[in-house]
Design a protein around this ligand. Structure first.
Ligand code: DON
Length: 314
């Protein structure tokens, strides 16, 4: 029986609407604490060019750490595999903003998806320019990926994080002591914080993620990155995309995914679909509570786990 994806999305959206436990919205960035946790959206861009949506799929949210996927893609394009001299590729087993591991590991962050790793990536992307140049480049890149020039930065979220981002500033300065951050910490963070404050809807985020389901190709033609890089980014999303809950996410969902404290998750089914879910309430690990549940149910109903044999994939 062929898969009725619209019916699956409608069911999941209805189930999520009835959930009472929606987790807690992030409060350490004060602007995020104002978001209504009653929202849930899902959008699926399929490899054959369809777009299916449910719930609040057109409501914008700040993508936060999901931006680390796009920033990593840009940095690999700039410095290639030399990036891996400055950032590891192992799950951290620690919270996303942990500082302790950095001392043991001489200022080399475990992976590009924890905050320390993403700050090194932002340092690479800064490349001697003013933050506004790097931010402009990131915004143009995300717009090109999504095919949507209306994507913008939520300046209130950026200002809110700038006023309270003491931990990230500490991480940047600490890595500067090891010469693994090469620009002044305030410039690197200016760029990093604005990249996190990019606002997108589920629909826009799923569109932006299509190159990762298409082995690095842009659906409009041409190539964003090589197949090898696209596969490696997906591998990192599976192993490191949910911080110290990455193992649990792989166990429950089985699809490469990257979460953000804004409540968004981008998930990639290679050759099949780019999925964005959003619900602002977070679980104890800082990942979207309903977003994770929705992806778990979607993977179960579609057979889209990357561990499913091909004949079980809808
Ligand atoms: O740096 C921060 O703390 C935020 N701008 C992003 C953190 C984040 O999204 C972690 N995700 N779960």
């Amino acid at each position: 029986m062929s898969l009725d994806l619209s019916a699956v999305i409608a069911d999941i959206t209805a189930t999520m609407a009835s959930m009472e436990d929606r987790g807690q919205v992030a409060t350490y960035i004060p602007e995020l604490a104002t978001i209504d946790p009653a929202q849930f959206g899902i959008a699926i861009a399929t490899a054959d060019g369809r777009m299916l949506t449910g719930g609040d799929a057109d409501t914008g949210f700040s993508i936060q750490s999901v931006s680390k996927v796009f920033a990593l893609t840009l940095a690999l394009g700039k410095v290639g595999d030399q990036l891996w001299d400055r950032v590891g590729r192992e799950p951290s087993g620690n919270a996303f903003n942990s500082i302790t591991q950095l001392e043991h590991e001489q200022g080399i962050p475990r992976n590009p998806f924890i905050n320390a790793g993403a700050i090194v990536v932002a340092d690479v992307n800064l490349g001697g320019h003013e933050p506004r140049v790097a931010i402009g480049e990131m915004l143009r890149f995300v717009r090109y990926l999504a095919g949507d020039d209306s994507i913008a930065i939520n300046e209130a979220v950026a200002a809110s994080e700038t006023a309270t981002g003491f931990r990230n500033m500490a991480l940047a300065n600490y890595m500067r002591a090891f010469d693994n951050v090469r620009h002044p910490a305030e410039l690197v963070l200016g760029s990093y914080i604005h990249q996190c404050a990019i606002e997108m809807s589920c629909r826009q985020l799923a569109l932006a993620g299509r190159y990762l389901m298409l082995d690095g190709r842009h659906p409009g033609g041409g190539r964003v990155i090589s197949p090898r890089r696209a596969r490696r980014i997906n591998a990192l999303m599976l192993t490191c995309g949910h911080y110290d809950a990455s193992g649990d996410f792989a166990f429950r969902v089985g699809i490469p995914g990257k979460s953000g404290v804004g409540g968004g998750i981008l998930a990639i089914v290679p050759g099949r679909a780019a999925i964005a879910v959003w619900s602002p309430g977070l679980n104890a690990s800082g990942n979207s509570c309903l977003g994770t549940l929705a992806l778990e149910e979607l993977a179960r109903r579609t057979g889209w786990s990357v561990f499913s044999p091909p004949e079980d994939r809808g």
